[in-house]
Design a binder for this molecule. Structure first.
Ligand SMILES: [Zn+2]
Length: 322
């Protein structure tokens, strides 16, 4: 038995680029599969990695931007037909993600938005998202079983909202325990990703070690605390200097800096978290030929005494290490 991390896809931002697809990772604990984020191409990446949809137990989304949720419908609905065991339908795929924010982010001074989409609920949370996916695909879910033997669609998925952690007395967040059983414990803190509130980072602890998923964040003290001593920190990175040279200047660059950790900052994050290995993912720019893996690694490892690895689609790590 072991724990294995698979980087399914490693691109940052919603815009499709050639050669690298959207953000998604898998953590396999014994024969159970957990997915963190469902970016572009993640259901195909799931099978490319040799994973079995009958083993898919839960999907955790770090935040509700489309590059992290765009292929959630596919992750749930494409494999519907195999969600069947000897005793009937398999247990629902559990989906965890941020709850509705308590209020809409204020201010529209930058973009002078004209339209609020779905004003009756402009900021749906994770369970709203799943309910809306089921509603949107009701035709398929109600009609396909008339022509093919399918498991009961009513037990396909079960969603749970994660509320922002409470603060400890001296400041700092008390991580939320998302779920816990004999083999795996998942905890979360809120991180800082522009107006995407809440955005979450997740830590998985198993008998083989600990893996932390940063989600999208700026340098964040609560993430550093969450990741203390982990075997692997999978961290999103942006190259703000590259973005500056390619059209992001002034306020646009400041906004990017309020969303992401620059590649020159991530080594210090890993060092302060005292993790064994830092693996880079969710690249901005996402184009593989914009910045080589060697360049990403060289810039990210500054200030970090552990192992730095440039993640790529399909990269695997097994725990315990060695
Ligand atoms: Zn993202």
């Amino acid at each position: 038995m072991a724990t294995e991390l698979v980087l399914l896809r490693t691109a940052g931002a919603p815009m499709p680029v050639a050669g690298r697809a959207g953000i998604s990772s898998a953590l396999i604990v014994d024969d159970r599969v957990f997915i963190v984020d469902c970016g572009r191409g993640s259901p195909s990446a799931f099978v490319d990695a040799g994973l079995d949809f009958r083993r898919l137990e839960a999907v955790l989304v770090t935040h509700l931007h489309a590059d992290h949720t765009g292929d959630l419908p596919g992750m749930l609905i494409y494999p519907w037909g195999v969600r069947l065991g000897g005793d009937g339908p398999l247990p629902p795929i559990r989906v965890y993600g941020p709850a509705r924010p308590t209020e809409l982010p204020s201010g529209d001074a930058n973009f002078h938005r004209q339209t609020t989409i779905h004003p009756e609920l402009p900021d749906p949370g994770a369970t709203d998202l799943v309910n809306n996916i089921l509603a949107a695909y009701a035709y398929h879910l109600n009609v396909m079983p008339l022509d093919a033997a399918m498991p009961d669609a009513g037990v396909l998925v079960q969603a749970t909202d994660i509320h922002a952690p409470r603060l400890a007395e001296g400041g700092g967040q008390l991580p939320v325990v998302v779920f816990e059983d004999r083999a795996v414990r998942v905890s979360a803190v809120a991180v800082m990703h522009g107006h995407a509130v809440p955005a979450l980072a997740y830590r998985f602890d198993t008998g083989d070690g600990a893996v932390v998923f940063s989600g999208d964040t700026t340098v964040n003290e609560d993430l550093i605390a969450l990741a203390q001593g982990a075997d692997i920190l999978l961290h999103s990175v942006a190259d703000l200097h590259y973005l500056e040279q390619h059209g992001f200047t002034g306020p646009a660059l400041e906004r990017m800096a309020g969303l992401h950790t620059d590649v020159t900052q991530v080594g210090a994050v890993a060092e302060r978290a005292r993790v064994a290995e830092l693996i880079l993912t969710h690249y901005l720019p996402a184009e593989p030929d914009a910045i080589t893996e060697a360049e990403w690694t060289e810039r990210a490892r500054q200030g970090f005494s552990g192992i730095t690895t440039a993640g790529r689609d399909g990269l695997r790590r097994r725990l315990p290490a060695g």
